[in-house]
Ligand binder design. Structure first.
Ligand code: UN1
Length: 486
């Protein structure tokens, strides 16, 4: 049941290479922290410079390749990813912790995204625009930016790199990829799919190592024309401020504090299922996780009972084991953060319906586990109603009517994803008009997203062009205009 111990190296200029530090860090399975999966090289800023050198050298030729051909190559990467689906998903579960079904779904999503981006190679259209002058023809073209960087988190270590790298490449850019330190083996496998698909050397490079120092080296290098980042708001803000100094284009996907509003007329079973799946799925470690349920008082008792009963069915354990629905938290640091947030909720007076912060089952002590946790009677000012937790924790906030529910849902800094459960059309449309989030749902969970659809948030959740869909190409290319007098 263990993967062969592997060493993840950098991929620079078409070769897997050791970093200049020659140091390695251990990569462990969060379900059993004593189990080593392998290790990863620890890069220094010099390694980033080498990767940028390689990308800059490869760029001119890649830019000249016809976009449909770049798309074909990227499509092959999607096919390979699909072929390696089970192997990749098992690795994902072992390295990040989510359950095997969740990992399989993530790989499928990565494949769909890479395929969609590949198809856009044949649709990188410009437009013709009528001129006010005679004998003048005006058209636009989409041009790549040059060397771009993709900085990705550990929680979707296959899908997020895939949906950043694929459109970046199809648009004609050369990429420097800096994945999260906690998931280097998944990152290496994603790169391997592109490599085996025939992406020329230097066009895609990966540098493994500490986020701060390596991101700084990326930001400081004026050859990097754009940075696509997914991670925390704190890091995103800093990255933007630093990159702005040299007008480097930035796309930020950050946190969320996503609410589901449950109206009087909601299908309660569906609503509770949606909140449970949104809150406990992926162990709550996703920016779109449902972390608040804003519930009409008339349904409060029934909803809370239903949700608590559902929470009991989320058995925690090793994600490779059949029947396990809740994998571990990714590491010790995150585990501590999640526990601190739960403690803060208790201190601030939220009513504990279910406390999963310290699981008692012996096999859960071997890893970084937190079981489903539910707070009720939560006030919008409490930290559990305001701060992102990134664990399987949900806060139930009572509301008197639609207006107060909407105000509660909107009362946070974040604005990524929300949902409403109602059968009333006018309530649904009023919600869609007034809800402060980038992705709204009616009778559909807050989590997930489709490959062909733009993904991203407003307020503290997102900045810059959206990811995925055709929007990804707005970020990874620029328009140029040609005026022709004939
Ligand atoms: C999802 O909800 O399925 O970092 C995807 C994240 C998001 C991706 C979430 N950028 O969690």
């Amino acid at each position: 049941m263990t993967v062969a111990t592997q060493s993840a190296l950098n991929y620079i200029g078409g070769a897997w290479v050791e970093s200049t530090s020659r140091e390695h860090v251990r990569d462990v399975n969060p379900a059993r922290s004593s189990e080593s999966l392998g290790d990863a090289t620890v890069s220094r800023p010099e390694d980033v410079v080498r990767a940028i050198d390689a990308a800059a050298a490869a760029y001119p030729e890649w830019r000249r390749a016809p976009a449909p051909q770049r798309g074909d190559m990227v499509r092959k990467a999607a096919d390979l990813m699909e072929l390696r689906r089970v192997e990749l998903a098992r690795l994902l579960t072992q390295e990040e912790g989510k359950t095997l079904p969740e990992s399989l779904a993530e790989v499928d999503r990565a494949v769909a995204n890479v395929r969609f981006a590949a198809g856009q190679g044949s649709r990188l259209n410009g437009e013709t625009i009528p001129s006010t002058q005679r004998n003048t023809f005006i058209y636009t073209v989409r041009d790549p930016l040059g060397v771009v960087a993709c900085i990705t988190p550990w929680n979707f270590p296959v899908a997020i790199p895939a949906w950043k790298i694929a459109p970046a490449l199809v648009a004609g850019n050369a990429v420097v990829f800096k994945p999260a330190t906690l998931t280097p083996l998944c990152a290496a496998q994603v790169v391997q799919c592109f490599v085996d698909a025939g992406v020329p050397k230097g066009v895609l490079n990966m540098v493994l190592g500490p986020g701060d120092a390596l991101s700084r080296a990326i930001i400081d290098d004026k050859r990097v024309m754009a940075i696509s980042f997914t991670g925390s708001n704190t890091v995103g803000r800093r990255l933007y401020a630093q990159a702005a100094q040299r007008l480097c284009k930035v796309q930020l996907e950050m946190g969320g504090k996503n609410a589901v509003i449950v109206m009087d007329d909601a299908d309660l079973e569906k609503a509770a299922e949606s909140v449970a799946g949104g809150a406990f799925g992926a162990t709550g470690q996703r920016c779109t996780a449902t972390s608040r349920a804003v519930v009409m008082r008339s349904r409060l008792v029934d909803f809370t009972d239903l949700l608590a009963a559902k929470a009991d069915t989320w058995r925690a354990g090793d994600g490779l084991v059949d029947g396990v629905r809740l994998g571990p938290i990714v590491d010790d640091t995150q585990l501590r953060k999640v526990r601190e947030r739960i403690d803060a909720g208790k201190r601030e007076g939220a009513r504990v319906v279910r406390d999963g912060s310290a699981p008692s089952k012996p096999d859960l002590k071997a890893g970084y586990f937190v079981e489903p946790t539910i707070f009720a009677d939560v006030d919008t000012n409490m930290s559990v109603a305001q701060e992102e937790i990134f664990g399987p924790v949900v806060s139930i906030i009572p509301a008197n009517d639609f207006e107060s529910a909407l105000a509660a849902a909107n009362s946070v800094g974040y604005g990524l994803s929300t949902s409403i459960y109602t059968r009333d059309l006018s309530t649904a449309f009023r919600y869609a008009e007034e809800s402060e989030a980038g992705m709204l749902h009616v009778n559909i969970p807050t989590v997930g997203g489709e490959a062909q659809v733009p993904f991203g948030g407003v307020k503290d959740s997102g900045f810059g062009d959206r990811e995925c869909g055709t929007a990804a190409f707005d970020f990874f290319s620029e328009q140029r205009v040609v005026y022709v007098g004939y």
